[in-house]
Design a protein around this ligand. Structure first.
Ligand code: NAD
Length: 499
């Protein structure tokens, strides 16, 4: 079954103070579909003034929204979830068109998961219990969580609606107003969402401003009229955002890049065991979402005594990946999100080959036919080499994995930890000791054991080292969007007696 390319308007607007408004300066940029290289629509090329208008609207709305009951906020979050779910197919097709990822993923993974995040935080905010402690028989200590006020959120292009749904629900559930800047490469699903939910929140509570990083993202992160910046994107951009926010002493949360190891111990190699098949699939998951995943298992580490037999199967499985039109439900790997990414990945093929990496499969752009010939397709690629190579150390963000061997547990841990990143990792083993001790020794915020690429709303997610700090998802996320007021209440009739 194949879906059709969606129909777009000629141009779209920002969403500020409950209304769709054109950019103040009247400038737009063209957004392209990576599926076939065609222009989809024009989006506002917003500047500082647009951001200031959105921040002002959010500030005007924040007191009333912050005082809304938890039940009412939860009701509205659930309403958003219902609206996305009722239009799931439309969101999935728009996301595929805008980002290039296969419809199989948008329909079955991204959009349903986005829905679940809205519902999860709607439930969390109502399920919370307060904390009051009796300090002595006359004195009560009460911790009250208050919203921060206005939050600036900046997101990347690799999971447009899902990243938005990681960011907005916890901020809104905890009573904050938001100004969100989607990535300029993928503005479509955020725009579609605003069209569908324009009347759900009071004006000013949720604002979306489109545009480029230095022109719209920087004034947002630098604004003295916001109270926090939540960022997901590249490590180098995160460093800039922290500088901007530091001028206002604003707190930040940073979800940044990764170069995640996926470690296979020799106990996975039992020919008669179905688990081997699962492990091989786990190795091939580097091609999931075209490798445009911050936790892409982009380094495979295999124990040396099973290396040849295991990799023979991994290569065969990779070669069997179906790469057709992203609108085709059978397609397993789509187009890279932009021409920049497409070129960057090919540059890394050159770097890898010059460094002496051996291409086990792929290593080139993929040639698709018809309209797709103008799309940005890359063959799922396996490079063999060693961990000091640039292709092992730098984030390629494509369907590319670098594979190397290790001797024993100590060497596996050493290689796994030998990058500047610490976002995700995978460990595959049948050994009970290893399945606890190896994840504990790997410096990463999320370690999948005998699985990979699961992102449930109720499991905390985030980075160690240069992959960031703060956590997304899980109810612990809500504390990144509020501050604690402690009230000390005396019930004692008697004076203190100091004076
Ligand atoms: P990016 O840093 O280039 O851009 C991310 C966002 O920041 C975009 O909206 C962009 O417009 C904005 N931006 C860029 N420069 C800016 C500036 N100077 N000031 C303010 N805003 C600016 O990242 P990307 O290429 O869009 O996304 C890919 C990166 O995101 C990868 O490194 C990936 O690992 C990371 N990522 C991390 C997670 C996570 O949860 N840790 C999740 C998804 C993606």
């Amino acid at each position: 079954m194949s879906y059709s390319k969606p129909v777009f308007k000629d141009k779209y607007s920002n969403f500020i103070n409950g209304k769709f408004v054109p950019p103040v300066g009247g400038d737009y940029f063209e957004n392209t579909s990576p599926v076939d290289g065609s222009v989809i629509a024009k989006y506002p090329r917003s500047q500082k003034e647009d951001v200031e208008n959105a921040v002002e609207a959010a500030n005007a709305a924040k007191d009333a929204w912050g005082n809304t009951s938890a039940a009412e906020r939860a009701r509205l979050l659930n309403k958003v979830a219902d609206i996305i779910e009722a239009n799931l197919e439309e969101f999935a097709v728009v996301e595929t068109c805008d980002n290039g990822k296969p419809i199989r993923e948008t329909l079955n993974a991204d959009i349903p998961l986005a829905v679940d995040h809205w519902r999860y935080f709607a439930a969390c905010i109502r399920a919370e219990e307060g904390s009051a402690t009796e300090l002595d028989q006359h004195t009560l200590s009460m911790n009250i969580k208050e919203p921060l006020g206005v939050v600036g959120q900046i997101i990347p292009w690799n999971f447009p609606l899902l990243m938005l749904s990681w960011k907005l629900p916890p901020a809104l559930a905890t009573g904050n107003c938001v100004v969100l800047k989607p990535a300029e490469q993928t503005p479509s699903s955020a725009t579609l969402l605003m069209e569908k939910i324009a009347d759900v929140f009071p004006p000013g509570v949720l604002n979306v401003v489109h545009g480029f990083g230095p022109e719209a993202g920087k004034p947002l992160a630098s604004s003295s009229k916001i109270d926090k910046v939540a960022f997901t994107g590249e490590t180098t951009t995160g460093q800039l955002i922290m500088q901007y926010a530091s001028k206002n002493l604003n707190p930040v949360t940073m979800e940044l890049g990764g170069k995640s190891p996926n470690v296979f111990f020799n106990s996975v190699m039992d020919e008669d065991d179905a688990f081997l098949d699962k492990a091989i699939e786990g190795a091939v998951l580097f091609a999931f979402n075209q490798g445009e995943v911050c936790t892409c298992p982009s380094r495979i580490l295999v124990q040396e005594d099973i290396y040849d037999a295991f990799m023979e199967r991994v290569v065969a499985r990779t070669k069997a990946i179906v790469q057709t039109s992203p609108y085709d439900i059978n397609s397993m790997v789509g187009a890279q999100a932009s021409n920049d990414q497409y070129e960057k990945i090919q540059a890394y093929f050159k770097i890898g080959k010059e460094e002496g990496a051996k291409v086990l499969t792929g290593g080139e752009a993929a040639k698709l036919e018809g309209d797709l010939a103008n799309g940005y397709y890359i063959q799922p690629t396996i490079l063999e080499g060693h961990n000091k190579m640039r292709v092992f150390q730098e984030e390629i963000f494509g369907p590319v994995v670098c594979v190397t061997k290790f001797k024993d547990e100590a060497e596996a841990i050493e290689i796994a930890n030998d990058t500047m990143y610490g976002l995700g990792a995978g460990v595959w083993t049948r050994d009970a000791h290893q399945l606890y001790q190896i994840p504990r020794a790997i410096k990463a915020g999320r370690v999948w054991v005998n699985c990979y690429h699961a992102y449930p709303a109720h499991a905390p997610f985030g980075g160690y080292k240069k992959s960031g700090f703060g956590r997304e998802n899980h109810l612990m996320m809500m504390n990144h969007y509020r501050q604690t007021k402690n009230m000390l209440i005396s019930y004692d009739k008697n004076k203190l007696g100091f004076f």
